[in-house]
Structures are given as C-alpha cells and as structure tokens.
Design a protein around this ligand. Sequence first.
Ligand SMILES: [Zn+2]
Length: 338
Amino acid sequence: MWRETCKYERNRAIFEDELDAFLPGHILDFHVHVFNEGVLPEGEPYSCGGHPITKYDYEDLKEDLEACFPGRETMTVCFGMPIVGYDRTRNNAYLAQESDGRRFFALRLFDPREDTPESLQRDLDTGAFFGLKPYPNYVRKADVNDVEIVEMLPDWAMEIVNERGLIVMLHIPREARLADPVNQKQIVALCEAYPRAKIVLAHIGRAYYLKNVWGNLDRLKDIPNLFFDLAMLNHWEVIAHLFEKVPVERILYGSDIPIALAPGKSVEINDQYTYVTPVPWSLSISDDHGKLVFTSFLYEELRAIKKAVEVRGLGKDFVDALFHGSGARLLASVGKVH
Ligand SMILES: [Zn+2]
C-alpha cells in the first residue's frame, strides 16, 4: 500500500503531534485529480510518485480524505488527469456525474486542439463544472517548454469562460515557470482581458524553489481575479513569501492528491528543485540505499504551511481562510463578478 495515510502508525503520530491542533475543522482542497477505470490506455498505468495505478476514483478519494484528515469535514475541487492519450471525455463525464456541488466540485479538462466551442458549451450547460483545467501538453508542441499560455487557452475558450464567470486552473508552461517573462506578461493580459474569469496559478506558478518566486509576485499580487494554490509546495520559505505578498483571500490550499499521497519530499538544491522518493520515479531522485523513512508529500506540504504560518505570526482567521474560506468564496463567486 503506497498511500501514506494515518492507516500507518508513523503517519498517525505525525498527524497527532504536529497537525491536529493546527488544522481547522473544515478543509477545502482545491487541487485533486480523479480518474475512473478505463480513462488510461490498456496496459499503461500512471506512475503516481513511482507507484503504478490504473485509476483514482471517488471511492479512493473518500477513503483517503478520511485517513489523511481524521475528524475533519473535507471538500475538494477535482479534475481529471490531463495527459494526451487518456480518455478525456470519459474522465470529464465521470467527474460531472459524481460531483454534487456541495462536497465535490468539478473542473473540466480542456483540450484546445480537440475541443470546439460547441463541445465546451454543451458540457458547461449541464451546470456540473465550475471551470476548466487546461494543460501545456494538450498544445502538442515538440518541446512542451515552448508552449505559451495563450495557446493553452485560445480566445474563443476564454470568451466562454469569461461570459460564465468560471475558474481556470492554470499549470503554467515554460522552463522558467513563474519567472518567465512571457508567462508574466500573458498572465497579466489574461486576467485583464477576461475580468470575470477566475485564474488560479497552480503550485504558485510552479515556483517550488525560492529563486523562482522571489521578486516574481510583484506584478501579480494585486490582480483581483488571480489566485494561487499551494499544491505540492513543500518549501516553507516559498509559502511564507507568498503569504507576505498576496492577501489570503486569493490563496487556496491544494494538495495534488493522489500524487501527494505518495511517500516523498520536494527539496531545493542550488536554486533548483527535485523530488526525493523511496522508489524510482521519472521526476525524482530516489533513495536507493533505503536511508530514510518517508511520509507523504501531503504531510510535508502541511508541515511547510504550518511553519510559514508560525514564522509569519499569522492567526487562526488566516488559517481558516487558507484551508476553507478563500476557496469557498471563490466557488460561490462562480457565475458572478469576483
Ligand atoms: Zn495537479
């Protein structure tokens, strides 16, 4: 069992010693992937932090939320797995069917090459989706680092999003991530051109190390329809920097379940970052010598958030807003001007 939850005593001890007194009663996780059986091509499992899985459905999610956040009332914003070659239509349909708009909220995977205004409008007309989840790989460039935000989100799609006042969960492209000048310019332009859209920069614009975030929030921090999620951030100084710059109303707790359930940690080394995991994974350096006992990325995220809160001397109201209030307000604003 690769999922590091309180079903293991060592994780239960971390929860009780470090997290239980810190976490509020309501937790809204704004960044969760769900994919049902049949979405992946036959015989090609997804490597979840180095652990092959063929699905992660709502039954798995309910069980894991319970086992990660004992005693908490949990809600999640979910979207499919944005990988070219996966059955996007099947994945979106499953999310639409299972989301109740009370505990589970859905975003629709958006593919600028295969979607049309008609296919997008049709799905949005069901009322099941609170917004879109585009992804750089859907642009299908030879080098994914050449992708631009405007190619992930063509004008016709953004016009639909803007008209309906929807959320966009944006995983920004390009090697320099948040520090990339093309990204910076296009994020500002996107928010200005589509003021009713609510743009969420996933993973704080993928700034997992200090040099990437430092100085790069200045142009973005005052944009009223721009939000930041904390998914997969294990670096307390990056989080503390965000807390210093951006009001909590526009910061969203997010985990990146199911990847976040795997054992591992993201670490900064010499102005870069990598994941360290107990087993080999394409994105990580692995602990071949078996030197370390790991917990989940999820608990490392929570530890980093807690430390950033403590170092910055932030109070209970801040923590409540971060874990629930800000996200709930954003969801409630869908369809309206922010
Ligand atoms: Zn994700």
